[in-house]
Design a protein around this ligand. Sequence first.
Ligand code: MN3
Length: 212
Amino acid sequence: MAFSLPPLPYDTSALAGSGMCQETLELHHGKHHQAYVTALNGLVESKGLAGKSLEQIVAEAGKAGAEGLPVLNQAGQHWNHMLFWQVMKPNGGGESLPGKIGAKINEDFGGLAQFKEQFKQAGVTQFGSGWAWLVMDQSGKLKVTKTPNGSNPVATGEGTPILGVDVWEHSYYLDFRNVRPGYLDNFLNKLVNWEKVEELMNAGGMKSGQSA
Ligand code: MN3
């Protein structure tokens, strides 16, 4: 089985009114994400990945350190973008969260505003390319973290991601130019699909269903 690019869960123009234009999604999904999938498929044979699930490949590449980086760059980015598309929706964000995730955010961060500030800061302070994450740790507590480049909390063992935002420049340059904090505010206030985040929390994280 080869890895493949799943279709977006909405039209490429669907998020334009919420701060992510059609051209951003066409390039980011159709070109950037596709390139990671193509490159990962090109590594299956030489890196002995056949038969392994995407999650297994990411975790093993993370544990392998520098030696695992060529695989982690592509496999991590495939996984990261699969999650990213799912946790956005038109007219998302807002202040009113579904009950269970809302209560958990209040319990573990002291409130939605505190969570948003921590998450935004993680994204702002990730130097260069990378991701900011909301993860469930091994005890079930929600935490914010960040990772560089194609890495993620599956690879670092920091927990199970249930929300992630891409802070590579290709994710925001057409819509927000150099202003990453503005992109992150917009993500939190207009794009997050909290129903999906709650679903991922209940399910114990995203299962890609893909394998080499
Ligand atoms: Mn990206």
